[in-house]
Design a protein around this ligand. Structure first.
Ligand code: FAD
Ligand code: MG
Length: 378
């Protein structure tokens, strides 16, 4: 069922792609998956352009995987062969079939199905991801918690059954959330959820982790300049070939068309955003978004529209974007200032923008309805 929907979305996406990419070298392509249930990965053909600015050739392909649009753009002195993209999309597929909690055969689903029953053997990557989850949970005193699954299911945000749950159901789900009740056995490589009904959900960190693995692969394949975009998780490989920084737009959280409110200059690093605009449903006057405070059992409302994190690795950016959103402006900014090589841009409901001190002139505000402020202005 999931793939019926996914293919329908992908097809309309491909139609759009072919309509707006006159230099495509062919039509839509498919790739047979080698993992999980039998399925096909649908992606675009290569789009090849000569880039006058860097005097290189840009080869890009797009796909629809992990529930999001993916674009991989590589700069080189010749066209990147299809086989390189096959390897990249297969790698993403392998991770999706390992960590998605909506795929019946994934390792995470098996861990969840065995909650309160028995430990489950998992891959090194799942151990690593859960450990990263525990690290950010400890850092935020449990506001970030990868055992958030029961509350994510209850609210159903992003699904057809999204609705405000009853207080009883919310309180019952809250009782199942506790990252300290995940047992990781690193020797046997097993994960055990101590209580029945517990559920791991890696939605807040897996895209970042996968982006990092894609970057490793691109470097292994011998390419030094690329942009990886997993549904807004952007990770850059090197600089542009002419040594210029990449310029990545920061989404305007108030815009329904996806326009940007600022530009970040990046060199070999990642930008990941979390916000109220990504997945939500409206009930009455309220927009319920998908970042849930495990201590209230409800989406977190703290005056923040979005936060974008600049970091070296995308998994840290992904974990921190969700964590800092939950911490709110003051505590979130204090956390960012305490961490080396991590910067952030906060966009608030009252149109104010706060930028961490190490970002300097790497952030340029382009949407004039916003005003840059500092905490001392408050
Ligand atoms: P982020 O801020 O990075 O993360 C928000 C997500 O984190 C929430 O959606 C929830 O999953 C989780 N979360 C919420 N509150 C907390 C909390 N307090 N602590 C920790 N985590 C929290 N979407 C589909 O529509 N269809 C799919 O088939 C699908 N498959 C996916 C498979 C994989 C492997 C992954 C990683 C994602 C998939 N998604 C799919 C998307 C997923 O459901 C999330 O919506 C997405 O990962 C959210 O990322 P974000 O960057 O928008 O937000
Ligand atoms: Mg995140």
């Amino acid at each position: 069922m999931k793939y019926v929907k996914l293919i329908a979305v992908s097809l309309s996406f491909m139609i759009l792609l072919s309509a707006c990419s006159p230099s495509s070298t062919g039509n839509e392509q498919t790739l047979e998956s080698t993992v999980g249930e039998e399925h096909t990965i649908i992606r675009s053909a290569s789009k090849v352009t000569n880039d006058a600015q860097t005097k290189t050739i840009i080869t890009s392909q797009e796909s629809f995987q992990i529930g999001t649009h993916i674009t991989i753009k590589v700069y080189d002195d010749k066209e990147v062969p299809k086989d390189a993209f096959d390897q990249i999309f297969s790698l993403i597929d392998t991770y999706e079939y390992m960590v998605s909690k909506t795929i019946n055969t994934s390792e995470v689903t098996e861990v969840n199905n065995n909650a309160g029953l028995s430990p489950v053997n998992v891959s090194d990557s799942v151990v690593e991801l859960v450990e990263i989850g525990q690290k950010y949970a400890a850092l935020s005193d449990g506001l970030f918690d990868v055992t958030i699954g029961p509350l994510v299911d209850l609210w159903g945000i992003g699904t057809e059954h999204a609705a405000v749950p009853s207080d009883e159901a919310r309180i019952e789900s809250m009782g199942k959330i506790d990252y300290r009740k995940i047992d990781i056995d690193k020797t046997d490589k097993t994960i055990f959820l101590q209580e029945a009904g517990m559920e791991i959900d890696l939605g807040a960190i897996a895209k970042g982790f996968i982006a990092d693995r894609v970057k490793d692969l691109i470097l292994e394949l011998g390419y030094e300049h690329a942009i990886i975009n997993l549904g807004g998780n952007v990770l850059t490989v090197g600089t542009k070939p002419n040594s210029d920084a990449w310029q990545v737009g920061v989404r305007d959280p108030q815009s329904s068309s996806g326009s940007t409110m600022g530009i970040l200059k990046l060199e070999d690093n990642s930008i990941v955003s979390s916000g109220i605009y990504e997945r939500f449903f409206n009930a009455g006057e309220i927009r319920y978004h998908h970042i849930i405070n495990p201590k209230t059992g409800a989406p977190e409302f703290n005056g923040m529209y979005s936060v974008s994190i600049v970091s070296d690795t995308s998994v840290d950016g992904d974990a921190l974007s969700t964590t800092v959103f939950l911490l709110g402006l003051e505590k979130g900014l204090a956390l960012i200032e305490s961490l080396p090589n991590i910067e952030a841009v906060f966009v608030m409901e009252d149109q104010s923008v706060y930028v961490s001190s190490g970002l300097g002139d790497r952030f340029i505000l382009t949407e004039k309805s916003y005003t840059i402020k500092s905490i001392s202005d408050q």
